[in-house]
Design a protein. Structure first.
Length: 322
């Protein structure tokens, strides 16, 4: 089916910054073998093929004071690990971690889940020595997100990335205060691993056609942060409520994506068949608009109050099928 809105491409000078390297191939599009992902953005630009586009985005952020102010995160020294480990059961520790993240932290979050670190989701060339990851989710203001692709949406995205980063640092400090190792990471820099698949494993929801998570409470209007730790915990389970099936029959983000980067079907990526956004089609427009986010803003699940209702409807639909 032909899309209902005309495509909008990035300016030629931005497109010219794209490397000769195929970004989709870097991401593993079409590969049947499971392998570690490689870093493609938000790291040392000298080490990645798309470093010129990353530097372009940073330069544009510097030119826009509100974007730059939202992007800056204050650094602080992590608290030292307490010399003696506090003792509790994994179940109790999991509850205490969630209570702190949701209510006790100076920067409380809206979502928290636990799963084991999966080596297949650690970036090639990096190592994670800790067995557990606590994934945090921070909600975005949908009214601000809905201004995408204007820079005001980028300000909100970056502000929530900062809040998630501070929340991760707070939780990591709390865990270290109990005598265990912990490292906090926030976006858009993911640290040594991919947060999104870990968030799915930790019960945050289902992968949407737009390549982001759909949560049964927040839709796709949230950002991720995480803490990796050796604190003994209990893993949460995945949460499936019909979002995947909903996406299969929905064209909203496909039609709304300015450069037409969202396809109608799942594809094979590093051994997994899933929804995937065309990286090379998305990135130039993404760079030219401080991060776009149109697909998240128009997603029916992201409208305030819509996700719980849609999840209930899909659950009833699935139940009727037995």
């Amino acid at each position: 089916m032909e899309r209902r809105t005309p495509r909008q491409l990035a300016p030629p000078d931005v497109v010219a910054l794209m490397p000769d390297v195929d970004g989709n191939r870097l991401n593993g599009l079409g590969e049947s073998r499971v392998r570690q992902p490689v870093e493609v953005m938000w790291t040392d630009p000298a080490t990645i093929a798309h470093g010129a586009l990353q530097e372009y985005m940073v330069t544009r952020a510097i030119e826009q004071p509100e974007v730059m102010a939202a992007a800056i995160k204050e650094w602080r020294e992590p608290v030292p690990v307490a010399p003696e480990k506090a003792i509790d059961s994994p179940t109790a520790w999991t509850g205490r971690v969630k209570d702190f993240a949701l209510e006790g932290s100076p920067h409380p979050v809206e979502l928290v889940g636990v799963t084991r670190v999966n080596p297949a989701w650690v970036f090639a060339g990096h190592e994670v020595d800790h067995p557990w990851i606590v994934v945090l989710g921070v909600a975005m203001d949908h009214a601000k997100l809905a201004t995408a692709p204007a820079y005001t949406a980028a300000v909100e995205v970056l502000a929530q990335y900062a809040r998630g980063t501070y929340a991760a640092r707070d939780l990591a400090d709390w865990i270290r205060g109990q005598g265990y190792e912990a490292e906090g990471h926030g976006g858009p820099e993911a640290g040594p691993l991919q947060m999104l698949p870990h968030a799915l494993a930790a019960g945050f929801g289902e992968l949407g056609k737009h390549g982001s998570i759909i949560n049964r409470q927040l839709g796709s209007s949230f950002r991720l942060a995480c803490v990796v730790t050796d604190l003994p915990l209990v893993a949460d389970g995945e949460d499936a409520f019909g979002a995947d099936e909903f996406c299969a029959g929905c064209r909203v983000c496909t039609d709304a994506c300015p450069p037409g980067a969202i396809g109608p079907d799942k594809v094979l990526v590093r051994g997994v068949t899933k929804w995937y956004v065309d990286f090379d089609a998305c990135l130039p427009y993404f760079a030219a608009t401080h991060g776009c986010a149109v697909c998240l803003a128009v997603c029916p699940w992201s409208k305030p109050g819509a996700a719980p209702r849609l999840a209930d409807n899909m659950m009833r639909k699935l139940a009727r099928r037995g």
